[in-house]
Design a protein around this ligand. Structure first.
Ligand SMILES: [Zn+2]
Length: 245
């Protein structure tokens, strides 16, 4: 039996003999662990597709418990990402975060489409990587079902509020009556507008927008924490390297 699906390679985990074990994000069935037999040899037809960031049409042999890559028609290897330390660091961060927020054998076409777009934009290399990071984080919050509330109602009591105190743990704005003892961050109107813009617009549009780095950095800080809290992520390993760049 064969299973055919579009997929992007998130990780090459280990290799035994000449075989490479991969974590792939498939369009039809979410996260899958597969093996590319003989792919470590450069002569193997599977060697080109058994690397992180490769996006293609995979044909998997489902006969054994661990599915085997039978063949792959590469749409884009995104090889440029690994050519540059900066884009590689961001790329590793995106695919680690993706891997942490998807599930085995559960299709998530919205997230699939998003990560393919993010990796494609990253491979173009002429964009603001931190803006791409902010956009991915904010959209990830929405996709994973924890869409934060930026409107003028208090997430605790429902009263309207004219102040912008955002609570990461509560996932929304809180009014001055409910503020005590919460982890709130004070934001301004413009910041809230930018967050809503990033939440709603297509990433291809977002990367063409000019947003001041002060806002981008703060959004990254808030939404990284937001995702870690609401997704139960203890550590994003690739973040350490990204932060020293
Ligand atoms: Zn309240």
């Amino acid at each position: 039996m064969y299973f055919e699906t579009d997929a992007i390679v998130l990780r090459s985990n280990k290799s035994i003999n000449n075989d490479i074990f991969l974590t792939i994000f498939t369009k039809k069935a979410g996260k899958m662990e597969v093996v590319s037999n003989g792919a470590k040899s450069s002569k193997s037809p599977l060697s080109a597709c058994s690397k992180p960031f490769v996006f293609g049409r995979f044909i998997l042999n489902t006969k054994s418990k661990m599915m085997k890559v039978s063949s792959c028609d590469i749409y884009d290897s995104h090889f440029r990402i690994a050519d540059d330390l900066n884009s590689l660091a961001f790329g590793n961060y995106f695919i680690e975060l993706c891997n942490l927020t998807i599930y085995p054998n559960i299709a998530d076409t919205e997230h699939f489409k998003l990560i393919v777009e993010i990796i494609h934009l990253l491979s173009l290399q002429s964009i603001d990587y931190n803006l791409l990071r902010a956009a991915y984080l904010i959209k990830l919050a929405k996709i994973t079902g924890h869409k934060p509330h930026f409107d003028n109602t208090c997430i605790h009591c429902g009263d309207s509020t004219d102040k912008y105190h955002f609570s990461i743990h509560s996932g929304g704005m809180i009014c001055s009556k409910c503020i005590e003892g919460t982890d709130h961050i004070k934001l301004n109107q413009q910041f809230v507008s930018i967050m809503s813009y990033l939440m709603e617009k297509d990433v291809r549009v977002i990367v063409k927008t000019k947003i001041h780095p002060n806002y981008t950095i703060k959004i990254i800080e808030i939404f990284e924490k937001f995702l870690m809290v609401h997704q139960g992520i203890a550590k994003i390993k690739s973040k350490d390297f990204l932060d020293i760049l």
